[in-house]
Write a protein that binds this ligand. Structure first.
Ligand code: IVH
Length: 669
């Protein structure tokens, strides 16, 4: 039986690896997502039933885990250098001439490739398996982000073929494709979370997330461009790249160039063609192809002499400012927006650009009717980078930031030390009210289908929904009175309203629109306070004791519940039947062998995840604790337990038990 299971596990792993490769590297799936999921589910079940066949490179490992990890700093096996930059074709020509001269006039080939605009990564493979992934860091040391990198589907965990060196390093760029980036920012904008300025920041930020299951959801991609190690298969860079491709990596496009004319044509072609790529690039890279010639050219202290980067100029246009408008958001923050004479830039027509805040307007010294320079470089949102003062009309006045809310007329306030002006009229200012309604019904909050921006406006205009609590009093009769509303759309909303009563407490906390309480903070709060009454009763000192809750968030929560209307809303939501406390998990008691024992979990494990161990400890009567003290009874120690913790445990004389010993204790082995 076990033999059969092993054979099936191997078969599934191989098939899933192949389909992953077809989908993520070749962009040519052969099976449907459904079939893929079915195979994956089968493999997950088999691996669970047969922990003896666990394998760190199994395709099941790509989903990540919710273990929070601090990154360990590790030294690069070979330092990660950077490239010299050039900004013109002439400078690239100088690079080519320099190489020629240093090679004693020898002919040489150049490989032209993209300069990927992401975050660089070093991957180590041993015996065909990915064993380590490290960020660039300072070039000498970087962060070990292996768990996060394993979630990137286009990076093979197990290499294809057999002809790879026993040990090698391959470097490349981790990227967030434009499509993924746009969707992520759209979601963040909706949640009023800070936007990522460009895919590079988004990719770097994602790689540093503590929770690899979150990373898995972000759909990163990776392009590899540099193979290092002893016994490399080829004697040219392009030859190595062909091998890298064969082993299952994505390399992106490159071309062997034989003359400076070909280099010029390559630049001219990609200068426009790069805009059609699914990922961001900020230039091109030219590398001497022969590895022998590369060795002859060598390195300077900072970069190789055999390669150079050519950076694209950011696109910039000059256009006239029509007027500056001021917009009020859900949290009352006023955003100044430059409305421009439409201008074509990087393939899109730009009509508006954010001016962010009053300080930026002052710095730019923008006057009414000015001609401004708009740039779209790595940043997706167009930026105003300067003013053409020569074209300024005499006597034109500087742009003034409004002092009252453009919607409700209330005097704005600016919190000391912050750049933003806000409208304090939270409960009567329309965009703040409708913004809160939209947020309340959004997918990550109460997830009520059918109420978008427009419907929220309609409901408010009809005075049907003035606070989020009113949503629970809506009737079909109310809804069908609205314009363009039929029985079907009314029923759909009411069904969503009903279903929202089962949404967990943490999302209710998030849905309330407490300033500075985003999704993650809401989750932490809910876990710590357990129910709404505790949350409403706590003072800011108590709240600030909760891990990851700073004084600013704590104060914001206290202020929120000081407002009587917010307390009334909570009471009405409670009566409506929303969840106002965390669901206590019912612990299935299995034994009492750990009765009264405090156990700390440390390191990584082979048979169960850390979360599973937490649960197992409870099922056997024990208590899982977060930090070591004299009261701790055992340390359940997995691999890679931190040396400091181990030292402390030894000092306190706490018994350290291995994973297998623990499983024996509870009778699982
Ligand atoms: S080769 C010894 N090739 O640009 C340097 N780098 O400033 C080897 N980059 O840190 C790097 N695309 O993150 C190389 N096709 C490409 C690249 C590339 C992007 C990044 C890389 C590096 C930086 C150099």
């Amino acid at each position: 039986m076990a033999q059969d299971a092993k054979a099936r596990i191997d078969e599934l792993r191989k098939a899933l690896d192949k389909h992953n490769y077809n989908y993520y590297v070749l962009n040519a799936p052969e099976i449907s997502d459904y079939e893929f999921d079915m195979m994956m589910n089968e493999l997950i079940a088999l691996e669970k039933a047969h922990p003896e066949y666990a394998d760190a490179t199994s395709p099941t490992q790509r989903v990540g885990s919710d273990i929070n990890r601090q990154f360990v700093q590790v030294e690069h096996r070979r330092p990660m250098l950077s490239l010299g930059n050039t900004y013109s074709i002439e400078e690239v020509e100088e690079f080519v001439a320099r190489c020629k001269q240093m090679l004693g006039g020898e002919d040489f080939e150049i490989v032209g490739e993209m300069k990927y605009d992401g975050t660089s990564i070093s991957l180590i493979y041993e015996h065909g398996k990915l064993t380590r992934a490290v960020t660039r860091g300072d070039g000498v040391k970087g962060d070990d982000v292996t768990a996060n990198v394993k979630t990137i589907r286009s990076i093979p965990l197990q290499l294809r073929g057999e002809d790879y060196p026993d040990e090698f390093e391959v470097r490349g760029e981790v990227l967030m494709p434009w499509k993924v980036f746009d969707a992520l920012n759209k979601e963040r904008a909706f949640n009023e979370e800070p936007l990522f300025a460009n895919p590079r920041n988004a990719a770097a930020g994602t790689l540093k997330l503590q929770n690899s299951a979150e990373v898995a959801k972000r759909n990163l991609d990776a392009y590899l461009y540099f193979l290092l190690g002893e016994n490399l298969p080829g004697d040219t860079h392009s030859g190595n790249m062909e091998m890298v491709k064969k082993w299952g990596f994505k390399t992106g496009q490159y071309q062997i160039l034989h003359s400076i004319d070909e280099v010029r044509r390559f630049i001219a072609y990609w200068d426009t063609e790069r805009k059609n790529l699914p990922i961001a690039t900020d230039g091109l890279v030219f590398k001497v192809n022969s590895l022998r010639q590369q060795r002859n050219l060598g390195f300077t202290a900072k970069s190789p002499r055999w390669a150079v980067a050519y950076k694209f100029a950011p696109e910039r246009e000059c256009t006239q400012l029509k007027f500056v408008s001021f917009e009020t958001g859900r949290s009352g923050v006023i955003t100044p927006v430059a409305n421009l004479e439409p201008v074509q830039l990087s393939g899109t027509i730009v009509k508006r650009a954010s001016l962010h805040n009053e300080d930026i307007i002052r710095q730019l010294d923008i006057h009414e009717g000015d001609f401004v320079y708009v740039e779209k470089g790595g940043e997706i949102i167009p930026k105003i980078v300067g003013v053409d003062v020569k074209q300024r009309k005499p006597g034109s006045r500087p742009v003034e930031f409004v002092r009252t809310c453009p919607v409700c007329g209330t005097a704005l306030v600016r919190v000391e030390g912050e750049a933003a002006w806000t409208c304090p009229n939270k409960y009567y200012c329309r965009p703040q009210i409708t913004g809160r309604i939209e947020h309340f019904v959004s997918r990550h909050a109460m997830d009520i289908d059918g109420i978008g921006e427009e419907v929220a406006e309609q409901l408010y205009a009809a005075r049907l929904v003035e606070t989020v609590a009113d949503i629970y009093d809506l009737t079909e009769h109310d809804l069908v009175t609205l314009e363009r509303f039929g029985e079907r759309s009314a029923k759909r909303i009411l069904a969503g309203v009903e279903a929202s009563k089962a949404v967990p407490f943490e999302r209710v906390v998030y849905a309330l629109s407490i300033p500075f309480v985003g999704e993650t903070v809401a989750k932490k709060l809910a876990q710590a306070v357990k129910n709404i009454d505790n949350l409403m009763a706590m003072n800011s000192e108590q709240l600030a004791m909760i891990p990851e809750i700073g004084p600013k968030i704590a104060e914001s929560i206290v202020q929120f519940f000081k407002v009587p209307i917010n307390r009334v809303i909570v009471e009405r939501l409670r009566i409506a039947g929303l969840r106002m406390q965390v669901e206590e998990k019912i612990v299935e008691v299995k034994s009492n062998v750990l009765e009264g024992k405090s156990i700390i979990i440390s390191g990584v494990f082979d048979y169960h995840s850390r979360d599973e161990y937490k649960q197992i400890i409870e099922q056997h009567g024990g208590k899982n604790v977060g930090s070591i003290s004299a009261k701790t009874d055992y340390v359940l120690a997995g691999a890679k337990m931190g040396p400091a913790k181990l030292e402390k445990a030894k000092k306190l004389g706490i018994e350290i038990i291995s994973e297998t010993d623990f499983l024996k204790m509870i009778g699982e082995m």
